[in-house]
Design a protein around this ligand. Structure first.
Ligand code: ATP
Length: 320
């Protein structure tokens, strides 16, 4: 599933609403954009249009970016972003999401967005998709829910394959190219330690290299049915013993320290370890908070000192 290429938001159909729903009900609003990890990532094939058919067990995390939205009485999107490596114009997914929302519903207003990034960029944690989802959700709330959940999800799918999931959140199975979502019972509560090597990974490059690898190598696929059964039984060990991501061998080839980080996490007491998405972030799941904190302290002390984030699973019913 290569992330969808940016479409011009202005080529998408507009949907006009009756006059009363065009007024913002809230002038200023702050929303959170949650990171996600993949508890599994499988590629089932490549469609004729080049998109990868995936099957992924998704889990959102309490680690989040923060977006503050302010309505302007005149059209135009103005984005400020604390992360200097990211653009503040229409190349930023948060900007694109806002532009798409105002255009689709023909709203004669604009918005100021202030994006505070905490989720590392190009890390396999869907930071950009999550920012886009948060902006769509936030603006929809500000305009009194003009869009239904289904409409918001299909708007999101125009921005990126993971955006519909980032609107749903929690534990879910993502299939097709990311548009077919099945909400699942919440995964057992645990601590999740993210460890991010200095290198970034280009999702496009990883998927392309996967295609080449799959032609010549036997790939180990996740036991998705086993994972789903473990989830319904609330079986933490069943879950942690089945973590699997078919993209991991590809990214390991480009970022070899992933292997060392996984081994270190395991030796520090993680019950399960895996690379998230197309990487290179690696996560360890811990039933013991003390072990997770000690593991984080170990990485912070180490000479290598990768970026670490100690976080937990976010559930749909958590309202934080
Ligand atoms: P995915 O797994 O969905 O491909 P990722 O977690 O690996 O995503 P992101 O942090 O979403 O990576 O960034 C992917 C690319 O999107 C980056 O190269 C970045 O330039 C671009 N981008 C655009 N807007 C944003 C944003 N608001 N936050 C992060 N990246 C963004």
């Amino acid at each position: 599933m290569l992330a969808k290429q940016a479409v011009s938001v202005y080529n998408l159909p507009r949907k006009h609403f009756k006059e009363p729903s065009m007024n913002p009900k809230i002038q200023e609003h702050t929303v959170y954009a949650y990171a996600k990890i993949n508890l599994s990532l499988d590629i089932l094939g490549v469609r004729p249009d080049g998109y990868h058919e995936v099957q992924m067990l998704m889990q959102s995390l309490t680690l989040h970016d923060t977006v503050t939205l302010k309505i302007r009485q005149t059209p135009g999107i103005f984005l400020t972003c604390g992360e200097s490596s990211l653009p503040s114009d229409s190349r930023n997914l948060a900007y694109r999401a806002a532009a798409l929302f105002f255009h689709t519903y023909a709203l004669p207003y604009g918005a100021e967005l202030c994006l505070e990034k905490k989720i590392p960029v190009a890390a396999g944690l869907a930071g950009g998709s999550s920012d886009a989802a948060a902006v769509l959700r936030g603006l929809n709330e500000m305009f009194g829910g003009v869009a239904s959940e289904t409409e918001l999800s299909s708007l999101g799918a125009n921005l990126g394959a993971d955006v519909p999931y980032c609107l749903l959140l929690g534990t879910a199975l993502s299939e097709g190219i990311g548009e077919r979502l099945t909400p699942l019972p919440p995964a057992p509560d645990c601590c999740c330690l993210l460890v991010k090597p200095a290198a970034g990974a280009s999702t496009k490059q990883i998927y392309t290299e996967y295609d080449a690898l799959a032609k010549t190598t036997e790939i180990t696929h996740p036991d998705t049915q086993g994972l789903l059964s473990a989830l319904s039984a609330g079986d933490y060990r069943g879950l942690t013993s089945r973590l699997c991501n078919v993209l991991e061998p590809v990214t390991v080839h480009l970022v070899p320290e992933i292997t060392t980080l996984k081994e270190t996490l395991r030796s520090l007491g993680a019950d399960g370890v895996l690379m998230s998405g197309s990487g290179p972030t690696v996560f360890g799941l811990f039933s013991s908070e003390t072990a997770a904190k000690n593991a984080e302290a170990y990485f912070l002390r180490s000479e290598y000192a990768p970026r670490t984030f100690l976080t937990r699973f976010y559930r749909r019913e958590d309202n934080i």
